[in-house]
Design a protein around this ligand. Structure first.
Ligand code: NAI
Ligand code: MG
Length: 552
């Protein structure tokens, strides 16, 4: 499967009346954010080993990002402001490890200010009091603005995250707009129930916004996760304090600025940049936050759940890690399955919570599959993510880069066969060669832990019962993939696999309307679709006597 399979068409951007523009003027120099484009298509290689010279050439003359950084302060109560401490921290370009910009560093006091603004906007402000239709229209206008500014948003995302520009522009930014349109559609369709009672009582069940939502997002899909969290929270009438990941603070600020331009009142969405143990922990443990939504590692998920419990027992939803099995049955179309399994693992530099990171292949097709999977990985185009045709950019930071190389060493030490890759790609930034291991056993660290990098582990299986047992023998349960032409095999596997999403003969197909989340230690709750709404609503029962009801 190629990226094109799930790329949405970018719709023509619509001009928004300047009357709607809010009080967040662009700093001088930012009126025209698009600068001239770089050239240079990425180089394709078809050799048997990765060559140092090819890597050096691929990373030569990096494209100057065609965008300027305009927003680096926190966004609190509709204003861009410095940190209370005046501190800043660097946001890096993972292609070079050079600093892109210094960004305000939020700590306890900044979180306090943001929560106070969100609280006021909820308790006194216009947001929950607006008609749902007015809220719907603001979210729709934001989606239009996202399309109008898609190139700036995509360029910032690529610069700070390292993901291919084409992926950001043609898939992720359209998804951001689509998600907001989907939830705009819900804003005026959230209603309660009237239920029959055992006596003369009128029983209503109201669905109300929960209050101030605290949201903590990671760095692998900064704008998509912004959409998954902010979209449903605002549609339900909540106010929000969002803490972005310290690695990728830039696009959440830009998107939040566009939401204000679309008409969002001050205080409804506040964005704080900063580190987890300081800003993140302050948000998770805040007494005035009513709900916490977190995406990130299972380890940090446990910490924030505990902080929520120890403070005010705020409601918590968690979307955490995974070690998803991808099962290729003997009747699968091998070429198609090779491509799908490659995409399932290597997409987004392997930095996906739902990466298909345990590739189980039936023994009868194992040898052919392995040769083809290896050849495909060898052909993967690594390079400057701004260049056309590049499939794989750098990993996010030095911590992840070293973690991945450590797991590759562990794979070799535990006697898995290193088929290709295994080393750094080039000599600058955080690039890693596409890596394939065969002869992987279930008890090896590379088959158990989330590596979060471009490392494919291929395992052999004999029959369905065995592969079901092995696929489920993990503490995670986020996703799974199945390749087969047999409907009965597909039905058996989809029912047996303990995972929040099972893709059959495809992988990583997302939609605003389908829920995403995990079994077991992959999380609590679901995001997207109607399932996200439950997490942002309170349920209130209202009972009034019915005096002399005429119809009884
Ligand atoms: P992390 O889970 O520590 O960070 C994610 C978010 O949580 C960031 O915004 C961070 O600032 C915040 N955070 C960290 N510590 C916190 C604390 N004590 N209290 C409140 N918030 C806190 O993930 P990290 O360290 O960036 O990556 C480590 C591993 O986590 C990765 O190698 C990968 O295996 C996994 N991961 C999974 C993701 C997913 O999509 N499920 C996303 C990112 C990482
Ligand atoms: Mg961490």
């Amino acid at each position: 499967m190629t990226l094109g399979a799930f790329v949405g068409a970018v719709m023509a951007a619509r001009r928004i009346s300047s009357l709607l523009a809010r009080s967040l003027p662009a700093p001088s120099g930012c009126s025209s954010l698009l600068l001239s484009r770089g050239k240079n298509p990425g180089s394709r290689r078809s050799i048997n080993r990765f060559s140092t010279a090819a890597a050096a050439a691929a990373l030569e003359k990096l494209v100057t990002p065609p965008v300027q950084v305009c927003y680096t302060q926190h966004l609190i109560n509709g204003q861009f402001v410095d940190s209370a401490s005046g501190k800043t921290f660097p946001a890096y370009d993972p292609r070079t490890a050079e600093v892109i910009a210094n960004v305000a560093e939020g700590e306890v006091e900044d979180i306090d200010r943001a929560v106070a603004a969100a609280r006021k906007a909820f308790d006194e402000g216009p947001w929950p009091k607006m008609t749902p239709y007015e809220r719907c229209r603001i979210l729709l206008r934001f989606a239009d603005l996202v399309e109008k500014h898609s190139e700036e948003l995509a360029a910032l995302e690529t610069w700070n995250n390292g993901k291919p520009y084409e992926q950001a522009l043609h898939s992720e930014i359209p998804s951001l707009a689509r998600l907001f349109r989907y939830y705009a559609g819900w804003a005026d369709k959230i209603h309660g129930l009237t239920v029959p009672a055992d006596g003369n009582y009128h029983m209503q069940i109201l669905h109300e916004p929960i209050g101030v939502a605290g949201q903590i997002i990671p760095w692998n899909f900064p704008l998509i996760l912004f959409a998954w969290k902010v979209g449903p929270a605002l549609a339900c009438g909540n106010t929000v304090v969002l803490k972005s990941a310290e690695q990728t603070p830039l696009t959440a600020l830009y998107a939040a600025k566009l939401l204000h331009e679309a008409g969002l009142p001050p205080g409804v969405l506040n964005v704080i940049s900063g580190y987890g143990p300081t800003a993140g922990a302050a948000l998770a443990s805040h007494m005035n936050v009513d709900k916490l939504s977190f995406t990130g590692s299972t380890q940090t998920g446990k910490i924030v759940l505990e902080l929520a419990a120890r403070s005010n027992l705020k409601a918590v939803t968690l979307e955490l890690g995974g070690k998803s099995p991808f099962i290729i049955c003997e009747d699968a179309d091998i070429d198609e399955a090779v491509e799908a399994a490659h995409f399932a693992l290597f997409f987004n530099q392997g930095q996906c919570c739902c990466a298909g990171s345990r590739t189980y292949v039936h023994e009868r097709i194992y040898d052919e599959f392995l040769e083809k999977a290896k050849a495909r990985a060898m052909k993967r185009v690594v390079g400057d993510p701004f260049k056309k045709g590049v499939e794989q950019g750098p990993q996010i930071d030095v911590e992840q880069f070293e973690k991945i190389l450590r797991y590759i060493r562990l794979g070799v030490e535990s006697n898995a066969t290193l088929e290709c890759g295994g080393e750094r790609f080039g000599s600058k930034g955080f690039f890693i060669q596409p890596t394939v291991f065969s002869n992987v056993q279930d008890d090896m660290p590379i088959a158990q832990d989330e590596i979060f990098g471009p490392v494919q582990s291929i395992l052999k299986f004999k029959d369905l019962d065995e592969v079901i047992r092995r696929a489920n023998a993990t503490t995670y349960g986020l996703a799974a993939g199945v390749y087969t032409k047999n409907i009965d095999t597909a039905n058996t596997l989809t029912r047996a696999l303990r995972a929040g999403t099972v893709w059959v003969n495809c992988y990583d197909v997302f939609d605003a309307a389908i829920p995403f989340g995990g079994y077991k230690m992959s999380g609590i709750g679901r995001e997207k679709g109607i399932y996200s709404l439950n997490g942002y609503l309170q349920v209130k029962a209202v009972v009034t006597p019915l005096r002399n009801p005429a119809w009884l």
